[in-house]
Design a protein around this ligand. Structure first.
Ligand code: GLU
Length: 555
């Protein structure tokens, strides 16, 4: 075909008027951002709720934008109707919002977009894609292909049999050589066709990909005449990626490393379109340890792979984000130790510090991280978060916690704040058990071995008359210590340890008896604070009930 034929072909394929490329360039000018500010995007297909891997790459994308004073946008890649699910967009946005993502631009609700570089739904961008598809036709770099599925399958089978690289390329690209008349005739009969790239790649060609996570890679140049527009005129991922990331002025593409194999296609498309390619950061999938080995975190096998798991268990969004930062950048933990109360957004996140081989997800470690996060919250914040979670996932618990919010806040205030807050809670589904004895007297008592029932009863019988609910902490403890001589206990643990044979027990055993009597448990937060919150009447009632259970007689 001659250059004049390309012009005729372009008119045949795109009969309706389209804007000139320059118009798009002017409408979406380079962004006015400070030097070094990165523009990134999360570009999900609307296939429903996210899994942790998606969330991870979205978060890395968001962090790199905001750590550099740039912008993070959300674009919906809705070019594949077959994979779409109803409410898929809403589900993704709900997950993003649930994890506290700041989206600057793009699709912010299922029916709402913000920003000057839209539309941000690919299906609404047909005119832009067609403008550039037409440009490629004009340049002789794209042509219609009428081959049917059957013909393509037969080609592939032949190539496999001959042990040559399969695909539609070079001399195997039958429709490359159609004449303008042939094309016109087939268009006339209404034969369906796709638009293919006439790849300028060479079979021995190589391209370099300087990936921010994986480092420098040399890959074979693309030779395939990949499809640019499908038979319904909708672009393929490859073509839309090049056009959209150029016109949304995206500087850094953070995506899963399953796309590395297609990167040569993308680099070639940016080149033939005359666009500067973005920088790439290909992220390895999240991994999990199993039987001493590593495998990919699996949507099918691992409940923690679904982001809904974290919502249902009641992990704060901040815990998930904190943990993802921990596995993303190995210097995060050190930073956190040095800056225990700084907001996560202050961390100088760096894509280059990500592991090229895939971060390991370890639930036990995650729980520790989450305990630290919850321990840093104020009593008001924990109460609010626990109430919100319970309202949605445990209505009965919600009733209990919301009946007297000041009391609930008091429960969460115990051992909170200060230099060494207690780290009991990893998630809100633990709240029910953690707070149980505040809302109801114990039904079982976990007496330790060194306090047999008769001994525990002896202690409680001695303690009840001296218990003073109005005492300050020191006086409260002094009362326990004061019982020791009569009980033949040591007033402190140290003396007891020096000469255990001389005493039956020590003051710690007194407080244990009281603790188990009041709460049923051996391990609780500050007992004084618990008793203050429960009040004298309730504590006395509980100690008497314990005594009754131990000895058959109350005081
Ligand atoms: N829509 C693509 C996907 O869901 C996005 C890949 C990309 O970020 O470029 O896998």
């Amino acid at each position: 075909m001659q250059t004049t034929d390309f012009a005729k072909l372009a008119d045949l394929l795109f009969p309706a008027p389209l804007p000139a490329p320059q118009e798009w360039e002017e409408r979406f000018p380079p962004r006015d951002l400070p030097e070094g500010a990165r523009v990134t995007r999360f570009a999900p297909s609307p296939t429903g709720h996210m899994h942790l891997g998606n969330l991870f790459s979205a978060f890395m994308s968001e962090r790199t934008a905001h750590a550099t004073g740039g912008r993070f946008l959300v674009r919906i890649e809705d070019t594949d109707r077959k994979r779409e699910v109803a409410d898929g967009v809403a589900a993704i946005l709900q997950d993003l919002a649930g994890f506290g993502f700041t989206v600057d631009e793009g699709v912010v609700a299922a029916d709402r977009q913000t920003g000057d570089y839209g539309p941000y739904f690919q299906r609404a961008r047909k005119a832009i894609y067609h403008t550039y598809a037409r440009e490629l036709v004009l340049a002789g770099l794209a042509y219609p292909c009428f081959c049917s599925e059957g013909e393509l399958a037969a080609l592939r089978a032949r190539q496999e049999e001959q042990k040559i690289t399969p695909g539609y390329y070079g001399r195997y690209a039958a429709c490359r050589t159609l004449t303008l008349d042939e094309i016109e005739a087939r268009l006339h009969t209404g034969d369906p066709y796709v638009l293919r790239l006439r790849s300028p790649g060479r079979e021995d060609g190589r391209v370099t990909l300087d990936d921010l996570v994986k480092g420098k890679m040399e890959l074979p140049e693309n030779v395939q005449d990949v499809v640019l527009l499908k038979s319904d005129g909708i672009p393929t991922y490859h073509f839309a990626h090049a056009v959209d990331d150029h016109f949304m002025r995206v500087t850094h593409v953070v995506r899963g490393d399953e796309w590395i194999a297609s990167a040569p296609i993308h680099l070639q498309l940016f080149r033939v379109l005359g666009f500067k390619p973005p920088k790439y950061a290909h992220i390895a999938p999240l991994m999990k340890e199993e039987n001493g080995g590593k495998r990919k975190l699996s949507k099918r096998k691992d409940p923690e792979a679904a982001v809904s798991y974290y919502f249902e268990q009641g992990y704060p969004a901040a815990s998930v984000r904190e943990y993802l930062l921990t596995i993303a950048n190995s210097n995060f933990e050190e930073w956190r130790r040095a800056n225990p109360n700084a907001p996560q957004s202050d961390f100088p996140f760096n894509l280059k510090k990500m592991s090229p081989s895939g971060a390991l997800v370890d639930l036990a470690k995650f729980q520790d991280v989450s305990k630290n996060v919850i321990a840093r919250l104020s009593a008001e914040e924990v109460t609010e978060a626990a109430l919100q979670w319970a309202k949605r996932y445990r209505p009965a618990l919600y009733e209990r916690l919301s009946a007297d919010v000041a009391f609930t806040r008091g429960v969460f205030a115990i051992d909170r704040g200060g230099a060494k807050p207690r780290k009991d809670l990893a998630c809100f589904s633990e709240v029910e058990d953690y707070t149980a004895y505040f809302f109801a007297p114990p039904r079982e008592y976990d007496w330790p071995q060194n306090l047999p029932p008769a001994e525990a009863a002896r202690v409680l019988r001695a303690y009840l008359p001296v218990y003073d609910e109005a005492a300050e902490k020191e006086g409260w403890f002094a009362a326990m210590r004061g019982l020791c001589p009569a009980l033949d206990y040591s007033p402190d643990v140290k003396t007891y340890k020096q000469n255990p044979a001389a005493y039956r027990g020590h003051v710690g055993d007194v407080s244990t008896a009281v603790r188990v009597g009041v709460t049923g448990r051996r391990n609780t937060p500050d007992l004084y604070a618990i008793m203050r919150l429960l009040g004298g009447e309730e504590c006395r009632r509980r100690l008497n009930a314990a005594l009754l259970a131990l000895s058959g007689e109350a005081l």
